[in-house]
Design a protein around this ligand. Structure first.
Ligand code: BES
Ligand code: ZN
Length: 477
């Protein structure tokens, strides 16, 4: 391993220059105007995977943006890692709040600023460089690897489940590795063992066929902006509990031991609040902040639009009002079932004075895994080698819809080791990735491939011994 790690140290600056090229491609999956850029980014990903020595690198078409696949299968006796990441990024607006242009990656104070720096191109690139180091120095990898890099994660991975179901053989592996999450805190690397799920909706209300003079008609018809506000205001009680009937039916309650583990983590609530610029924190009563974000569901308004919002005053009754709302879900809530409960509730609380339209947008299942499996343990050792510190185990509030698909469709355990930071500004202006963490991530990834080779030996012996290929690694906590 020494010469692999030396190679990584020596090439540190080159990596940053190359990453800048990757980050320069505006692969915004949500905006149709960027479709050509998204494809160009897929091609760049494919070409890079060929450059570093992976084989059969290619685009796989889907009804949406292409998936990029590549592999190296030269170690018949070793296990196979399926690496998953995404090359698409979130839109950049509001553009005026960026200190430097989002697609001209800029290094300031040891951090690289650009859309996709942390989420997820920077973290995908980290693995490319770890592969490259192994290939350049040894001419081989210590494990077999398959890379599946998608272009629709930020818009809900709508076509990926079908792609996976249709390519089960191609994607056959022993473990999934993903780097698409933040670490617990600066200087505190972590392994993530749980993600929340998501159910996302748009609500449209119409109160009249066009905007009305608020003097001539105010008082005679319902105002859809008011109605929408009233509906949304009923979604949660004062204690932050969601009032949609049966919403909590399937929620797996936190176990006392897990709460104790959360409480032991070095979490500074005051600093957290100050960093967010929030006057006071708010969440479901009876739970700590980490519990609220990692292990409790929530209902949020993501966007609201109605009436006159320009400068000055305009006396008008808006004809329409619109809200984007989403719910983060926890094990064992099902996005489909929650969607049905949500729609029934909105229909019930919406008065007859407005026309209602509900649109289901994307969703994803929550995920949680036991972390005493050999792959997670292997990742722990790799991270310790890369960062000089043992990782803590955490859950996260964000969602990666495909993780539960890997578990359900391919029976694979997932190891989530991310090197972003809570203040990485993902999905926001000035997204950034700490270059020290990026470098530690390349080193950790290089060790991870080596470690997983050995961890899987243990698994295989165990499997042979038990005579079964169980899915023990995936058992929910
Ligand atoms: N990288 C994030 C997922 C993430 C965020 C994991 C924070 C852990 C902590 C991912 O790219 C993302 O943003 N996913 C979306 C999924 C959605 C569009 C279905 C999310 O969580 O909003
Ligand atoms: Zn991401």
């Amino acid at each position: 391993m020494n010469k692999v790690i030396d190679f990584i140290h020596v090439n540190r600056d080159r990596y940053v220059d190359e990453l800048k090229q990757y980050l320069a491609i505006p692969s915004v999956s949500a905006l149709p105007g960027h479709a050509a850029d998204v494809r160009r980014c897929a091609e760049w990903t494919r070409d890079e995977m060929s450059r570093i020595g992976l084989q059969n690198a290619r685009l796989e078409e889907t009804p949406g943006h292409p998936v990029v696949y590549a592999e190296w299968l030269g170690a018949p006796d070793a296990p196979t890692i399926l690496f998953y990441g995404h090359y698409d990024v979130q839109p950049v607006d509001p553009l005026n709040l960026w200190t430097s242009p989002p697609f001209e990656a800029t290094v300031r104070d040891g951090e690289i600023y650009a859309r996709g720096a942390a989420d997820d191109k920077g973290q995908v690139f980290m693995h490319f460089k770890a592969v490259e180091a192994h290939m350049k120095q040894n001419g081989r990898l210590p494990v077999n690897m398959k890379f599946l890099i998608e272009g629709e994660e930020e818009v809900g991975s709508a076509n990926l489940d079908n792609f996976i179901r249709a390519h089960k053989d191609l994607l056959k592996a022993d473990v999934v590795v993903i780097s698409d999450s933040p670490m617990f805190d600066r200087g505190i690397p972590s392994i993530c063992y749980g993600l929340r799920g998501l159910a996302y909706f748009q609500i449209d209300l119409r109160g009249s066929k066009s905007d009305l003079h608020s003097g001539s008609f105010g008082g005679a018809v319902a105002n859809p902006a008011m109605v929408l506000a009233q509906i949304l205001a009923q979604a949660k009680d004062k204690g932050g509990r969601i009032k949609i009937p049966n919403f909590y039916d399937d929620v797996v309650e936190l176990r006392p031991e897990e709460r104790e583990e959360f409480a032991k983590l070095p979490f500074n609530e005051k600093k957290y609040r100050q960093d967010l610029g929030a006057p006071k924190l708010f969440g479901e009563s009876g739970y700590t902040t980490l519990e609220r974000v990692w292990a409790r569901p929530t209902f949020e308004v993501n966007g609201l639009l109605s009436g006159f919002t320009g400068e000055g005053a305009k006396t008008v009754l808006p004809a329409v009002a619109m809200a984007k709302v989403s719910m983060r879900l926890v094990p064992n809530q099902d996005p489909q079932k929650i969607g049905d409960l949500f729609e029934a509730w909105v229909q019930k609380v919406t008065p007859k004075t407005v026309e209602l339209k509900i649109t289901r947008m994307h969703g994803g299942k929550p995920w949680m895994t036991a972390f005493d499996n050999p792959y997670v343990q292997a990742a722990g050792r790799a991270i310790e080698s890369g960062f000089g510190k043992r990782p803590v185990f955490n859950r996260e509030g964000g969602s990666i819809p495909v993780v539960s698909t890997f578990q359900e469709e391919l029976g694979l355990p997932c190891v989530l080791f991310g090197v972003g930071l809570p203040d990485e500004n993902a999905h926001a202006p000035d997204e950034k990735l700490d270059l020290g963490n990026f470098h530690g991530g390349v080193v950790s990834a290089a060790f991870l491939y080596d470690e997983i080779g050995r961890a899987a030996e243990i698994t295989r012996t165990k499997r042979n011994h038990e005579g079964t290929k169980g899915t023990k690694d995936n058992t929910k906590l």
